[in-house]
Ligand binder design. Structure first.
Ligand SMILES: *Cc1c(COP(=O)(O)O)cnc(C)c1O
Length: 425
């Protein structure tokens, strides 16, 4: 396949090769990113991309579904098994659309939804002001306690009692601590709201039994397939039988047309991978690595939101370092360490140049890195932050990162041979 691409479109072939070199020659700490296996990559690049399959298995609007029905059913069964859910819809094109479908399955436009505010770790689609979710629905936002960086469940309950939302959303995109989904479920019940839980980031930890699953406590659980779960890019919804029909209708025909069958196929493969002792060990190592990285950073005088981590991600508050998150993220990128700048609770800075830096360990852990490497990465980060503006030090760090990266090759994915042996970047 790679040879055919090289012949047909050498320009795009070359850019893919460069991206592959970037992914293997850097330490990727963006907590929502990962490396998929070769099997997932192959399924995702298969002929299933050619097939339209509007509808659901046994109820399609196009013929020729002899194989697609089998694949989608297989994927559904695997998802239901690993999440212990009654019903699974794996057609959402992404986590964002999955959230839309969850809301529309339960309530009407104009109804009130309540989610975590974005600067406090929530996702855009949880009702943040620049997301259309805040215009189609009436949005109430809860926050973390700025002193502890953690949820104050009593405050969340008070807010829910005051505003009586129809949906309460639990889950986050930048919250380093374990979330008590049972309490969220109880609060929702007390105020007569539905509970939608969005585990896009931590799905892999939930499947591995490291974090408690929201499935027993939520009306609908929404997730992505591509973060800690290590599948192709996609979205999924899990729910009890009572919501199954509404969920399916909300996804198709409510929001989407034909599902991306190549993605569903790759999700099926990834779910088989997630249902193994190796995946459980992988997920445990993700958390061990995050804790090791967090501890070293604390030792080096960094402030971490909530003081540490229970999961795969860390949020550094750089205010005591007098340097912005963006500046550090850009310098780290030049040193081949890829993170993202992020707002922190009560960040006085503008979201375009906030005081926080978000990082996570799912991708480095896939490469086989352990606590020792996590600690080494902390030393790289320290060197970069202490030498902002000193490009020769940053170049040295980049060399050290490349050396470390070369000892942990990216697991054999879609191998694109580098015939000219051109160095990356
Ligand atoms: C990543 C994320 C999403 C959205 O996923 P996309 O696939 O990027 O649309 C939704 N919710 C949370 C909490 C996320 O972290």
């Amino acid at each position: 396949m790679a040879d055919a691409l090289e012949q047909y479109d050498p320009q795009i072939y070359e850019l893919i090769r460069q991206e592959q070199a970037r992914q293997s020659g850097s330490i990727r700490l963006i907590p929502s990113e990962n490396y998929v296996s070769k099997a997932v990559m192959l399924a995702s690049a298969s002929c299933l991309t050619n097939k339209y399959a509007e509808g659901y298995p046994g109820r399609r609007y196009y013929e020729g579904q002899q194989v697609t029905d089998l694949i989608e059913r297989m994927a559904q069964e695997r998802v239901k098994k690993i999440f212990k859910a009654d019903h699974a819809n794996i057609q959402p094109y992404s986590g964002s659309i999955a959230n839309w479908a969850a809301y529309l399955a339960l309530v009407n436009p104009g109804d009130t939804i309540m989610g975590l505010s974005l600067p406090h770790g929530g996702h855009l689609t949880h009702g943040w002001k620049v997301s259309v979710t805040s215009r189609i629905f009436s949005s109430v936002q809860y926050t973390v306690n700025p002193d502890t960086g953690r949820f104050d469940y009593d405050k969340i309950e008070q807010l829910a009692k005051k505003h009586k939302p129809r949906i309460i959303i639990s889950g986050a995109t930048a919250y380093p601590r374990e979330i008590d989904f049972e309490i969220f479920g109880q609060i929702a019940k007390d105020v007569g709201a539905y509970h939608v839980s969005d585990i896009a980031h931590i799905a892999g930890l939930v499947v591995a039994g490291i974090h408690k699953s929201p499935v027993p406590y939520a009306d609908i659980v929404s997730t992505t397939s591509h973060k800690t779960l290590r599948g192709p890019r996609g979205g999924m919804l899990l729910c009890r039988k009572e919501h199954a029909e509404n969920v399916d209708k909300a996804v198709f025909p409510g929001l989407q047309g034909g599902p991306h069958m190549h993605t569903l196929t790759a999700i099926a493969v990834a779910m088989a991978e997630a249902d193994t002792p190796e995946f459980v060990a992988y997920a445990k190592q993700i958390v061990k690595n995050a804790k090791a990285l967090a501890e070293k950073l604390l030792e080096y005088g960094f402030n971490l939101v909530s003081g540490g981590t229970d999961n795969h991600l860390i949020l550094i508050d750089l205010r005591n370092r007098n340097v912005s998150g963006k500046k550090v993220a850009k310098a780290l990128d030049r040193a081949r360490i890829v993170t993202n700048y992020n707002t922190t609770p009560l960040d006085p800075a503008h979201p375009s140049d906030p005081s926080g830096l978000r990082m996570g360990t799912p991708a480095m852990t896939t490469r086989g890195m352990k606590e020792q490497e996590a600690e080494q990465i902390a030393t790289f980060i320290r060197r970069v932050v202490e030498n902002i503006g000193n490009e020769s030090v940053i170049e040295e760090v980049a060399k050290d990162v490349l050396l470390l990266s070369s000892q942990f090759p990216v697991p054999e994915h879609f191998i694109i041979p580098n015939k000219n042996n051109v160095a990356a970047q």
